[in-house]
Design a protein. Structure first.
Length: 631
């Protein structure tokens, strides 16, 4: 690695090659999925809605033609993967049960439960979809995100000036520049949170807030943004996912900060929608006039007469007028906003063209590919990253690219090169001490402490906060109808272990009996059931629906993958590990950061179900198993 140190350009060119590999792998996987995968599988994976009911089409406030569609059918236990900004394609099923795609792509504008609004090209092709029978919609390959990342890497490689300076700084051991003024005191933050905010304010170039589970990373970041806004007029706040952008935006709005959210939120409610660009644009007093002009333009285009020379003059005049109004509304919206919030890729939105900011805050920075982080860095002079590189990594589909280092994030790189800009938050407010201790020892050099008020949290007196139910010790029914062995379902859909799923629900039922129905409902004791495998999650959801005893508690229990529980917490967590085989194969459970996330979601009780003989061949799981046994 010695020579990489000297040349960030070479390292970034190498990254571009790896991103190219990832692009090719994802495109190929997408092609396969589109051509070979059955429709039901796509629906089950949450990548398609079928059958669809088409709703109305209209022009939205951004002057895009959009169409409403509704998901039909009873697939409500399937979490779908549609969200703002993702490209989609419509298809129909022809007489021979073949999937036929319409030859245009749309973009998701908005999803709310079973209703979705899709922006489509305004070229008359929508009519074909609206008049067809048996129509569906599926996620399409996301070409734009890759284009945007490649473009960002190319610009960073060529960069001079501030961007070139930051590039060379992040790739070297050169000391980052700082301001020096007396530290500020924040009475409602703990000492490490206070130190983190001060380090952000002192940073001229870069600072990192490293927040292990439950340590109040968001609280700290909101405080740092709030303090920065006393010194700067406007800041840019980004994160990898729409959900993370929503989360931090909501917290800032609660602090009374004027946030302008570019893009639509994942949880569609009035509070969240009220600070989106689209809503604000619509609410502007000049909007009605603009709408009227746009309508006039569409009508003029529709009724064009041959050889009408006045047509062009008229059209140009109207267009000029519309642009003038748009510019005025935008200037006002951006002028009032103190925080512009969007995803990393979303920061390439044309609304932000040519805009410059003093400071960029990237939340969940450890989950973003480095190339994605460079997209907004081009617009700023200093960067603050917050996240935890010991939790979920970025998703990389190409194994070769992952092995060659595409998964290494900008945050990790800076943590290695500049430990002095990092503040580790050291007090956690979520978990019982014993649940936290294992994670703190293994991942954080034993530096995380529990706040006194959560240290001894538990639901039952004398309860052991962590239990491992070893499925290899269970006797199976004689007829062999159910075995505690994993089964393989479809290539990319993962594994399932039905007996373990049954046992998971039984373990929850027994624990609930100990607590008692009244107390669970009175205190709203909530439960998360986690499995790393999607197939197991869907099987658990189906089984849960069938159980009578669950009915009164339905609203308190959620089942999801590790990624689905990111940033969340529950009183009780059950984890079904699924893997059980004679070879001791544990697949992607070898990525221990995922397991760190899973075990640290629990406030008071953690129950792990897994085949110890399979799992404990790996040193991490062996240590975890022994740790729990010794409690």
């Amino acid at each position: 690695m010695g020579n990489q140190q000297s040349s960030p350009i070479l390292a970034l060119q190498q990254q571009r090659l790896l991103l190219q590999m990832e692009y090719a792998a994802e495109k190929e996987a997408f092609r396969k999925q589109t051509e070979e995968m059955g429709l039901q599988r796509k629906v089950k994976r949450g990548d398609a809605w079928f059958p669809l009911k088409m709703g109305k089409s209209y022009y939205n406030s951004l002057n895009q033609l959009v169409v409403e569609v509704f998901r039909q059918g009873d697939d409500d236990e399937i979490e779908h993967n549609f969200e703002f900004g993702r490209p989609v394609a419509f298809f129909r099923i022809d007489g021979k049960d073949k999937i036929k795609y319409f030859n245009f792509t749309g973009t998701v504008s908005y999803v709310d439960g079973d209703r979705m609004v899709v922006a489509v090209p305004d070229n008359g092709q929508l009519i074909d979809v609206q008049s067809a029978e048996q129509v569906g919609v599926q996620l399409f390959f996301d070409e734009t995100s890759y284009k945007t990342m490649f473009d960002a890497l190319d610009r960073v490689i060529k960069a001079k000036g501030r961007l070139g300076y930051l590039r060379d700084l992040f790739y070297s051991h050169q000391k980052a520049e700082t301001f020096s003024f007396a530290p500020l005191h924040f009475p409602y933050l703990n000492p490490t949170q206070e130190e983190a905010v001060n380090k952000v304010l002192w940073a001229k170039d870069v600072a990192i807030v490293h927040g292990p589970p439950g340590t109040g990373k968001t609280t700290t970041l909101v405080e740092a943004i709030y303090e920065t806004l006393r010194r700067e007029n406007q800041v840019l706040v980004c994160a990898q996912s729409n959900m993370a952008v929503d989360w931090i935006s909501e917290k800032l709005v609660d602090r009374g900060v004027n946030v302008l959210r570019i893009g639509n939120p994942t949880r569609v409610n009035d509070k969240m929608l009220s600070f989106t660009y689209e809503r604000r644009f619509e609410a502007h007093p000049d909007y009605d006039q603009l709408w009227a002009i746009r309508k006039a333009i569409r009508e003029l285009r529709g009724h064009r007469k041959r050889g009408d020379e006045r047509y062009h003059q008229k059209l140009e005049r109207l267009k000029e007028r519309a642009t003038e109004l748009e510019v005025r509304i935008n200037a006002q919206l951006f002028g009032e906003a103190r925080v512009i919030a969007c995803t990393l890729v979303g920061s390439a939105n044309r609304l932000l063209d040519g805009q410059k900011f003093g400071t960029l805050f990237i939340d969940e920075a450890a989950q973003a590919l480095e190339a994605a982080c460079w997209i907004p860095i081009r617009k700023v002079s200093r960067v603050i990253l917050a996240g935890d590189h010991c939790q979920l990594p970025p998703t990389v589909k190409s194994f070769a690219a992952l092995k060659a280092g595409l998964g290494k994030t900008l945050m990790e790189r800076i943590v290695e090169n500049k430990p002095e800009v990092v503040t580790l938050l050291k007090v956690q407010y979520r978990m019982n001490e014993e649940i936290m201790r294992f994670s703190s020892d293994w991942f954080y050099g034993n530096q995380v402490e529990s706040a006194p008020e959560v240290k001894y949290r538990s639901i039952l007196d004398l309860d052991i906060p962590m239990t491992w139910i070893d499925t290899s010790e269970f006797e199976l029914p004689e007829d062999g109808s159910l075995t505690f062995k994993e089964e393989f379902v479809g290539e990319s859909f993962g594994r399932i272990n039905k007996a373990e799923a049954e046992l998971t629900l039984l373990a929850l039922e027994n624990y609930f009996k100990k607590i008692g129905k009244e107390r669970i409902l009175d205190e709203r004791i909530d439960v998360g059931i986690i499995s790393p495998y999607r197939a197991q999650v869907q099987y658990l959801r189906r089984q849960l629906k069938k159980k009578e005893w669950v009915k009164p508690f339905r609203h308190l229990i959620s089942v999801n993958t590790v990624d689905g529980f990111q940033g969340q917490e529950r009183d009780i967590i059950l984890i079904s590990l699924v893997r059980a085989n004679d070879e001791g194969q544990i697949g992607f459970l070898r990525d221990l950061r995922r397991m760190n996330v899973a075990i640290t979601r629990a406030r008071m009780k953690l129950i792990i179900l897994g085949d110890a003989s399979t799992m404990t061949r790996h040193p991490f799981y062996k240590k975890l198993y022994d740790y729990i046994e010794a409690l």
